[in-house]
Design a protein around this ligand. Sequence first.
Ligand code: MN
Length: 453
Amino acid sequence: MPQDLASYLDFIRTRNSEDLIRVEREVNPAFEITATVAKLEQVAGKRPVMTFENVAGSDFPVLTNLHASRSRLAMAINADPKEMLHRYLDAMENPIAPKEVETGPCKDVIMTGDQVDLFKLPQIEHHKGDAGAYITAGITFAKDPDSEVWNCAYNRLMITSKNTAAIHLTLGKHLWEYHQIAASRGESLPVVIAIGVHPAIALGCLAIGSIDEDERGIIGALLEEPLEMVKCETSDLYAPAQAELILETEILPHEMVMEGPFGEFTGYSLGARDREVIKVNAITHRKGAYYQDISVGHLDHMLLSTIPMEANLYRAVRAMVPSVRQIRVPNPFTCFVSIEQRLAGQAKNALLAVFGSDLYMKRVVVVDQDVDVFNDRQVNWAIATRCQPDRDITIISNARGSDLDPSTAGNDGFTSKWGLDATAKPTLAEFTPRHSFPDGVWDAVDMDEILNS
Ligand code: MN
C-alpha cells in the first residue's frame, strides 16, 4: 500500500469527510492546538484528524490527532477493528525487510550546517507546566552499534537550541541500551528521526519485543511491502523515504541537560531530570510538508500505544497459557487478561508472563473467560466476588517499571508490582453458579409485545 501520509489522508477524506477537520485561521502553537483536540474529545466526543494550516511563528502546517480512532488505525493496516491484534501478531511473526531506494520525497528540501534551525518548526507546547516546546511525533531509527539490527521507537524531544534537543530515552529500553554501548566507547549514536508518517509505520515502530527484533520488518509487514529507506546526508543511516520531515541527529556520548516536566500519558506533568542530548546535523523535508504532532495523553497517544502492547502481551501470555482469550491495557501500567483456566495455577502463570514481557506493566488482573475484559464493571465484579486478597494478590518487590510513574518519584521507575488472580477457585465449573433462567424462559420473553403493550 502507499506508505506516505498524504495518500492516507486522501483515503480518510474520501471515506468520511467529517473525519478530517482543516483549520485555516492562525493558531497559537502554545497550548491552543492540544486544547482544541482535548476539548473536541472530552466535550463533544469527537476525534477527527486535524490540520492547522496557519501556525504562528512557523511556515509548517501542523497535523495532529491522526491516531485517535481505532477504526482509522485498523484501516491503516488493512484490518477489521476487532482483528487488529491478530493482524499485528501476524506482522510480528512474518516481518518484511526494508529496502534501500535512491531518493524520495523526504529529500525535496535539504538543510545542513547553519541552515539547521529547530525553531523554524512549530513550537508546540502541549500542557500547562511543560518545560518548553516538544516534538512528540518523532520516530527514532537507530542501528545497534554491535549488529545489523535496527530499533524504532517514539522518544519525546524538548527543543533546547537551533540544533539541539533533549531526548527522553526510557531507562532500560532498546535505544537507551544502544546509547549505553556507544557512550561506553566515547562515541555518539547516529539517530534518524522521522516526523509525519503513515499510521502503519507509527504502529509498527511501537512493537514491543526483544532487542533483537527489528521493527522495520514489522512496519514492512503492516504496509504489506518493504519500508522504503533512503541514505542520510550526514551519516551512514537510512531514513524512511516517504516521511514528511526528517531530522538527522546523533545522541552525544556524555552530555546531559535538564528536561521536563512534561504532561505525559500517565495524566501527570512530570519527569524533570537530566537527560541525553541530541545534536541535529540536517533537516530534510517534503515540499509543503505537514509537521505532525501527537496530542500527548489524549486518544491520539493512548490508542496508538496500546494496540502494539496488547499484541505483545497476548503473544507472551499465550506462550505460557495456551487458552488465553482476551488482553486489554485499559489504563497506564495496567493489564486485564482473561483465560480459560484448565489447570490450577495458570492464572498466576499468566500474570507472571505479563510482568516478564513488558517493562511498564505494574498491575495485572486475570479473570475467567466468562468475564469481558473490555467491560470495567465485569472486571470489578470478578475482583469483588472471586478474590480473597490474602490468597490472590501477588506482590513483586524491587522491580523496574516506568520512570514516568509518579508513584515511584525519586526512584526513577524502581517499583513494586502487583497481580490479582480474580479467577474462580478451585475452578469456574466448581464455583458457586451465576444466576440464570430455566431453559427457554429468556428466549420466550417477547420484547415487542412488552414494549408495545
Ligand atoms: Mn526494539
